[in-house]
Design a protein. Structure first.
Length: 136
């Protein structure tokens, strides 16, 4: 792991949240993307080398929907950039961490992703992100 890739924030209203964070960060959202498999729409904002990912559920099957129902809006996860997600997954498994994914899956922003269970990380959901490179 070599840097924080982004911080994910669960929101109920994406337009309202974008407005708030665009004012705070003094920048516009540079990308909205639906991740159908996760039942979310994401919006990314860049602040220097850092990114904020706003996540809104598209239906009740979304982990974001369930998170907000249980805990309310707020920080959902911290994502770390990795060069080799398979090696990092194996390393973390060998260290005793519980992974929520057996294999990496396609995430937003052209990334392969895997999540680490928060019960093994002091209550913080950790996401591993590997850039898939330029896609045609």
């Amino acid at each position: 792991m070599h840097k924080i890739e982004h911080i994910g924030i669960a929101v109920r209203d994406l337009n309202a949240a974008e407005s708030i964070y665009e004012k705070i960060l003094n920048t516009k959202s540079y990308k909205r993307e639906e991740v159908v498999t996760e039942h979310v729409i994401t919006s990314f904002l860049q602040c220097g080398p850092n990114k904020i990912e706003l996540l809104v559920a598209t239906d009740e099957n979304s982990a974001i929907y369930k998170f907000i129902e249980k805990r309310g809006e707020g920080m959902h996860h911290i994502a770390f950039a990795v060069d080799d997600i398979y090696a990092e997954m194996e390393r973390l498994r060998s260290e005793g961490f519980i992974l929520l994914n057996e294999q990496p899956k396609q995430g937003a922003d052209n990334k392969l992703v895997c999540f680490v269970h928060p019960k093994t990380t002091n209550g913080v959901l950790i996401e591993l992100c590997q850039d898939r490179g330029v896609q045609p």
